[in-house]
Design a protein around this ligand. Sequence first.
Ligand code: MCA
Ligand code: AMP
Length: 505
Amino acid sequence: MSTISGNPLYDAVVAGRALGNGQLLVTDKAETVDDAQFLDTAARYSTVLAEAGVNPGDRVAVQVAKSWQALALYVACLRHGAVFLPLNTAYTPAELGYFLDDAEPALFVVDPSTRKASEDLVAKASASIAVHTLDDDGGGSLAEAAHLAAAAQAVCACSPDDLAAILYTSGTTGRSKGAMLSQKNLLSNARTLVDAWQFGPNDVLLHALPIFHTHGLFVAGHCSLLSGAKLRFHGGFKVDAIIADLPESTVLMGVPTFYTRLLDDPRFDRKLAAHMRLFVSGSAPLLAETHRLFEERTGQRILERYGMTETNMNCSNPYVGDRRAGTVGVPLPGVEVRLHEADAESGVGTLEVRGDNVFSGYWRMPEKTREELAEDGWFLTGDLATIDADGYVTIVGRGKDLVISGGYNIYPKEIEVLLDSLDGVAESAVVGAPHPDFGESVVAFVTAEDVTKEPVEADILTAIADQLARFKQPKRVLVLPELPRNTMGKVQKNVLREQVVDLFS
Ligand code: MCA
Ligand code: AMP
C-alpha cells in the first residue's frame, strides 16, 4: 500500500505499520489481528462512511465498546477525512442528545443494544444523522455493510490543519466543549512521544485504557500504530488479565488507579515486571508515595507525564534521566510552558502551554476559545503549577472546579445543576474527596427545600441514575442545614472538602 496519499496522519499510520513484522495486536479474547487485516478493515469502513453520506469534514460520532474494530473505525475516519468524535460508553441517552445537537454528526455509530434509543435520539436531533452499529466483537450493521462494500475509496488528501477529531471535555459552566484537534496537533505530538519514549517495532504495549479519550486513543494508540509496535488489547483494566500479560509486554500506560491496583496485588513484583521497559502514568496526579512504593516493589520508576484533551501531551519525565516523583517532568520537545500570574512567594501560577500540539479551538464556541487560547498560541490550562530551576513542572492544584476520579474528569457544576433541579433539594455543592482507588471521588452536599423534609440520599441517587454517567454519580450524598459561604456569599468548597477528607479511608 502506498504511504504517500497526502493525508499526513493516515500516511503515518500506514508507514508506522510497515516498520513492524506485520502483526498488530492480540486481544484479551485471544484474537490476533495483523496489519493487513486492520488496514483493510479501515479501508472497508471508509467506504461504508461514504455510502452512509459522510463527506470529508463531517463528524462521525461513535459510542461503542472497546474493540480493535473500533480502533479501525478511527483509522477509517482519518482515511476518509472525516472528524472522529468518540463518546464515553458510560454516557446516558439524557447526556448524548447534547453532543448530537452540538456536533451535528453525519453518522452515529452505536452498540446494537442501544440502536433503538439512539434512533430515538437521532429523530429528535437538529441534523440528519445516519445510524450504524458495532458491537464489542466487531459485529453489527457497520461490519455487514463493510463486508458487502465495493472497492475501497481513495484515501482523502488532507491538509495538516484539517480536523481529525473532536473530543468533548466538560466545562466549568456545565456545558461540554468540543476540543477541535487537527491532523497537525495529533501527528506532531505522536511523533514527539514516539521519540521521547523510544517506541519501536520490538515494543508490545499493554493497552487497557478506554479508546474514547486522549490517553487511550492518541497517546497509547498513536505511539503503537506509528512505531510498528504491537498491542495486547484489553477491553478494560482487570488485574488478573494484566498480570497474565505483563511477561509478554514491554510498556504499560495507565491512570494512577492502574498502579495502585497492581501494588495491592502481591503477585505484582520485580520478576513479573522484569520484561517491561516502561510504565507511564497520567491523566491524574500520581502520588509520590505510589511512585516510591512502585520502585521499591519492581525496581522500576514510573514515568509520569502531563497533558490535556485540548493539548495532547505537554510535559514528560525523561525516558533517560531523572524521573522525579511528584513532578510531571519537563516540557516535551516543541512544547513551550510558562506560568501566568505566578505568585512571587510560592512561585505558583496557572500553567500556559504553546506548540503544534495545542488544539485549534472549541467547536462552535468562539468566545470560550478566545478566553482560553490566545491569538499568539498560548493556551491557559487552568492547572496550577510551579516550574523549578531545572524546568521540571509540578502540578500543585487546579484553578478550575474539577474532580478527577480514576482518570475521568468530572465537573461539579454539571452535577450541581441536576441536583438543584430535584424536588426537595434547595441547593447543592459537589466536591472531590480523597479515595484510595480512584484518587478522588465525587461527594455531593445538599440542603433541604423544606426543613421538615430532609432529602434522602438513596432517593437522590435514584432520581439522577438515568441522567448521569455512572462514574459521575456521587458516591455519597450528605445533607447539611446550609452550605458554608464566605462574606461574598460564595460557597466555600475548601470547607466542604475538609469535612470529607477521611470519608473513604
Ligand atoms: C468506574 N467507576 C467509576 C470509575 N470507573 N467511578 C468513578 N470514577 C471512575 N473512574 C464505577 C463503575 O461504574 C462501578 O460502579 C464502580 O465504579 C466500580 O467499577 P470497577 O469495575 O471497579 O471499575 P473499572 O471498570 O475497573 O474502571 C476503573 C478504571 C476506569 C479502570 C480506573 O475508570 C478507567 O479505565 N479509567 C481511565 C480513564 C481514562 O482513560 N482517562 C483518560 C482521560 P457500580 O459498581 O457502582 O455500578 S484523557 C486525559 O485525562 C488527559 C488527556 C490525559 O492527561 O491523559
Ligand atoms: P482532560 O480534560 O480529561 O484532558 O484532563 C486534563 C486534566 O487532567 C489536566 O488539566 C490536569 O488537571 C489533569 N492531569 C493530566 N495529567 C496529570 C498529571 N500527570 N498530574 C496531575 N494532573 C494531571
